[in-house]
Design a protein around this ligand. Structure first.
Ligand SMILES: [Fe+2]
Length: 184
């Protein structure tokens, strides 16, 4: 279940209805997906795409997405720091950023045109669609683990366009879900 934190207002949203409604006001779609049949988080990419084929097809029709793949990031992924550095600075894309989380966690920060910056911590079962042009950045949590299905509108992929605003430097890239709070 995704969590929202709005640091400037000292607000954290933890209820599904609240999270969904808040994100919708910023044009961000949020859903929880369940597979058509049980599938292990470490199943092959093909098995994962098959298990969620219905949801993926529905989303494809709604958003004009043409391809789906699975990204798998672990602490020992080669050049992980370099890869993460590409997305931890404020940027935007020419196409939607669509992620369905299979395993692990991640932290999106969204910088809306109107309103304060907020963070979305995503975990397994969360589908998030950040519309094209939205200013945002992304970090992993301390366990540096995420496996996710991605959907693309253009198979040439998406290049980050950096804003160089420096806004991202004012926010801690720290996850705040229960597992991280307990750890102190
Ligand atoms: Fe991005």
């Amino acid at each position: 279940m995704a969590l929202i934190k709005i640091p400037s207002d000292d607000v954290t949203l933890r209820e599904r209805a609240e999270v969904t409604a808040f994100l919708a006001t910023h044009g961000i779609e949020y859903e929880r997906w369940t597979p058509e049949h049980p599938v292990a988080p470490d199943a092959s990419s093909e098995a994962l795409l098959a298990a969620y084929a219905h949801e993926i097809d529905t989303l494809k029709q709604r958003g004009g997405y043409v391809t789906a793949d699975v990204i798998d990031v672990k602490p020992d992924t080669p050049n992980l720091d370099m890869m993460l550095a590409k997305f931890s600075r404020e940027h935007w894309h020419d196409e939607d950023e669509v992620r369905f989380i299979i395993e692990g966690r991640g932290l999106f920060h969204i910088h809306p045109k109107a309103g304060p910056v907020f963070a979305i911590e995503v975990e397994a079962g969360d589908l998030i669609r950040v519309p094209r042009g939205t200013h945002h950045w992304f970090d992993l949590c301390v366990d540096r683990r995420i496996r996710a299905i991605r959907l693309f509108q253009d198979s040439s992929g998406w290049t980050p366009h950096y804003t160089d605003s420096g806004v991202d430097k004012g926010f801690e890239p720290v996850c705040f879900g229960p597992a991280y709070v307990q750890r102190g």
